[in-house]
Design a protein around this ligand. Structure first.
Ligand SMILES: Nc1ncnc2c1ncn2[C@@H]1O[C@H](COP(=O)(O)OP(=O)(O)OP(=O)(O)O)[C@@H](O)[C@H]1O
Ligand SMILES: [Mg+2]
Length: 481
């Protein structure tokens, strides 16, 4: 048989405690008895929070039922807490449920009701034991990752390997990836891990600079080069000398500029606008785009020769929905960051809420995750983020990725450009992501219904056991022993 299921009963009235314990012991549960809240927490701690449910009276000396609930939510949020309440004090019990209690039972109670509620609680806690969970003590864990990036999915590990290999070379890197995937962070990491780290890292967002100013921004200008050029000014290439120049959104530069950029790169020299002196600089170039440049080439918007010159080292960052295993780590990292910034003390995310976050399709990738968690944290008053704290668009409803971004207020999406909001994703991408999400959801439901029995779940889903196992692996769902 499997290991015994432990239930803690806390009540200051000895007779009630004994009756409850007897009912549950008859069901085969192992019972721990506590005469007050402090003793309950003490016992749970001694058992290393290994209980499958807690039943507690509300009114108790030392630490009351609400206190027990709060401590359990903090230390072991997957243990369901059932509140026992005296007749006529149901209001308090409702408060408790709002604060995260699993359910409440009114005194005097029916044996059968106790059995049912406890069985349900145990089932939930067994299911959650197998769900991914955020380590609660944020301060104790160190985020996994390298080069200032968080994540240990195969996709990111590959990126770490490329950064490691090419950071300290002069080779040009083209970073591609959807908006919010961390392109700028990777560009900075490349600079920081090169011997150029003590020289400037200069960034220029090609989408933000008017066409007419692009050339003088990049290459500088001499006095009198154009109306308004009262003095001379070095361009970004000169400013980045000995360092790194990061051209963000390179897909947006006008075709005439592409020619000039290519020439500067090929000959490693250029002139300021209106200048005659040839300037030579030592610059490492990194570019990034969320566009498909090969498509842009076919459409005649991007020069093929420039593309090959920029794409010496291609570095593609996969979207977040393709590396969901990074989501818990990222949440942890982001929570820690915002706790500090917003002076909050949120310790973690309960498993159900985390599940929702993992299942969301994240069209805005990590930037969207940051925005959602910041918003959530702002309004969250408990130490634990629960489903109710998350914005409604997370997880439940079938939504078209990008749709809510299009309607969200721009202030919630700092740094997003117009192209981001119109959605860089193709219909194919959207359908693929949504199919995957629905698939994942159905598989989890089937596994829930069969208490994790893969053979039975496969039958329910009308697929072979083998393909279910493959899908589970693909979605990072662990098989239960
Ligand atoms: N792996 C990661 N670990 C930690 N934080 C990350 C990671 N990837 C991205 N971020 C954070 O997500 C946010 C968006 O990242 P970044 O600005 O680098 O994305 P981007 O790809 O340049 O986006 P855009 O295309 O919209 O410019 C930043 O706050 C960044 O710090
Ligand atoms: Mg960027």
């Amino acid at each position: 048989m499997s290991e015994p299921v432990t239930i803690l009963v806390a009540d200051d009235e000895p007779s009630l405690r004994r009756v409850l314990s007897a009912i549950l012991a008859r069901e085969g549960y192992e019972i721990l008895q506590a005469a007050d809240g402090e003793e309950a927490i003490e016992l749970l701690r001694r058992e290393e929070w290994g209980a499958s449910a807690v039943i507690t009276d509300l009114k108790m000396p030392r630490l009351d039922g609400m206190g027990v609930l709060r401590r359990v939510a903090l230390e072991a949020p997957d243990i369901p807490v059932i509140i026992i309440t005296a007749h006529g004090t149901v209001d308090n019990a409702v408060e408790a449920v709002k604060a995260g209690a699993f359910d409440y039972i009114e005194k005097p109670f029916e044996k059968e009701l106790i059995r049912q509620v406890v069985a349900k609680a145990v089932k939930q806690s067994e299911a959650q034991r197998h769900a991914p969970r955020l380590p609660l003590a944020l301060g104790d864990t160190k985020a996994h990752g390298r080069f200032g990036l968080v994540g240990d999915s195969p996709g990111l590990k590959q990126i770490y390997a490329v950064i490691e290999k090419v950071a300290d070379t002069p080779s040009t890197v083209l970073i591609t990836g959807e908006s919010g995937t961390g392109k700028e962070l990777v560009a900075k990491a490349l600079h920081e891990h090169s011997s150029r780290r003590n020289c400037p890292f200069i960034k220029i967002n090609c989408a933000a600079i008017p066409k007419t100013l692009m050339e003088s921004e990049l290459f500088g200008y001499e006095k009198g080069a154009f109306t308004g050029a009262v003095g001379s000014k070095p361009g970004r290439f000169e400013l980045a000398d000995k360092g790194t120049l990061f051209l963000d959104e390179i897909g947006e530069i006008p075709v005439e500029m592409q020619v000039k950029l290519l020439r500067a790169l090929q000959e490693s020299e250029f002139e300021r606008v209106g200048g005659i002196k040839t300037i030579k600089v030592d610059v490492r170039l990194i570019t990034a785009t969320n566009r498909d440049l090969e498509k842009e080439i076919k459409a005649g918007n991007f020069r093929e020769d420039l593309y090959y010159r920029l794409n010496v080292v291609p570095l593609h960052i996969p979207p977040l929905r393709d590396r969901r295993e990074d989501i818990p780590l990222l949440c942890e990292h982001i929570l820690r960051k915002f706790n500090e910034r917003l002076k909050k003390q949120v310790d973690g995310i309960d498993p159900e809420a985390l599940e929702r976050l993992i299942n969301h399709s994240w069209p805005g990738n990590i930037r969207e995750l940051e925005n959602i968690l910041e918003r959530t944290l702002l309004f969250c008053d408990s130490p634990l983020i629960r489903v109710g704290d998350l914005p409604p668009e997370i997880g439940v409803v079938l939504s078209i990725p990008g749709a809510h971004l299009a309607t969200a207020s721009p202030s919630l999406l700092p740094g997003m450009t117009a192209t981001d909001r119109t959605g860089p994703q193709s219909l194919k991408d959207i359908v693929r992501a949504e199919t995957e999400r629905v698939e994942r959801e159905l598989i989890m439901r089937a596994l829930d219904e069969t208490s994790g029995n893969v053979t039975q779940a496969a039958k329910l889903l009308k697929i072979s056991r083998k393909s279910l196992q493959m899908k589970m692996k693909e979605f990072g769902l662990r098989e239960r022993e």
